[in-house]
Design a binder for this molecule. Structure first.
Ligand code: GDP
Length: 300
């Protein structure tokens, strides 16, 4: 937990310490203080809607508790941020019968391949047999990179040549998974957004192939978004959500970003839960997202 605190130093500085600074400069609670706090939240990338809601509820609590000292506001903010995030974690929903099939989707550069490698390691650490499918066949570099992660994680990879049909790679990987009784198949997909329609059609095709080969597949469709892009992450989630139906979000690069408040915006503006967060470039820098731990790490 101390490690998470350290990783989220930047988030704490730009989110909670900002609130503290605004509060500490004031002797009394008035309208302009609320405005400044709202502004601080928006700057911390929690999004306008969430910022308004949090301040509105803090205002109501102040009235209810008859608070007049600004110093007493911080715990109220902590409460409201946690209330908005919810206390529940959102675990992966995987089938009883293996193989579980997980599609990894997202725009290039967000950390999709890295996260796929980290997840492979995560499952392997739990004693699961993992197969990676290199379905981003558009770039040779993507296949090579996934191969490096497969080696690091100590798992098998199914790949074809650059330019081959991603659906054929998925088909191969699922056959291999059935033959070798693998527990989890992680599919790394393409993320070139400039050919948006094609990409979404390709993802739909991958879904169909998976569903045909394994009942209920894909069991999870995880969108990888980069926390450092702030509100862009929300836009990407809306785009992919409409086209492919997402079951979860992995928020990467939370370490060292000032925009970690985006996790609140995601909760407020999207129906898709954050299931994991990426906190570094190493294979073990991935953890299930736990709202209580997150809030404790930045507030306490
Ligand atoms: P892809 O194009 O989406 O597959 O992205 P990559 O997996 O190649 O990652 C892009 C860059 O982001 C690489 O330099 C990764 O090391 C880096 N990266 C990925 N996840 C994280 C993370 O959680 N934290 C940090 N600091 N860097 C990350």
């Amino acid at each position: 937990f101390g490690k998470l605190r350290e990783k989220l130093t930047k988030v704490r500085e730009t989110f909670v310490e900002k609130i503290e600074n605004v509060i500490s400069r004031r002797r009394e609670i008035d309208e302009s203080l609320y405005e400044e706090l709202e502004e601080a939240l928006i700057q911390a990338d929690v999004g306008v809607a969430a910022a308004l809601e949090i301040v509105e509820r803090v205002r109501a609590r102040v009235r209810e508790l008859r608070i007049s000292d600004p110093e007493q506001l911080k715990p109220l903010f902590r409460e409201e941020v946690l209330r908005l995030l919810g206390t529940e974690t959102a675990p992966l929903v995987l089938p009883d019968e293996p193989p579980a099939v997980i599609l990894m989707v997202g725009v290039n550069g967000t950390g999709k391949t890295t996260t796929t490698g980290k997840l492979a390691y995560y499952f392997r650490e739990q004693g699961q047999k993992v197969i990676l499918a290199a379905a981003d066949t558009f770039r040779a570099a993507a296949i090579d990179q996934l191969e490096v992660w497969a080696r690091r994680a100590g798992v098998e990879i199914i790949k074809q040549r650059e330019g081959s049909d991603p659906a054929a790679v998925v088909y191969d990987a699922l056959q291999a998974a059935k033959a070798r009784r693998a527990d989890v198949v992680l599919v790394d997909t393409a993320g070139r957004l400039h050919t948006k329609t094609n990409l979404m059609e390709e993802l739909k095709k991958l879904r169909r192939v998976a569903a045909r080969e394994v009942p209920g597949a894909p069991h999870e469709v995880l969108l990888v978004v980069d926390a450092t892009t702030g509100q862009n992450a929300i836009n990407q989630a809306k785009l992919f959500g409409e086209a492919t139906g997402l079951t979860g979000i992995v928020l990467t690069k939370l370490d060292g970003t000032a925009k970690g408040g985006v996790v609140v915006a995601i909760k407020k503006e999207l129906d898709v839960p954050v299931k994991f967060v990426g906190t570094g470039e190493r294979i073990e820098d991935l953890m299930p997202f736990n709202p209580e731990e997150f809030v404790a790490a930045i507030f306490d």
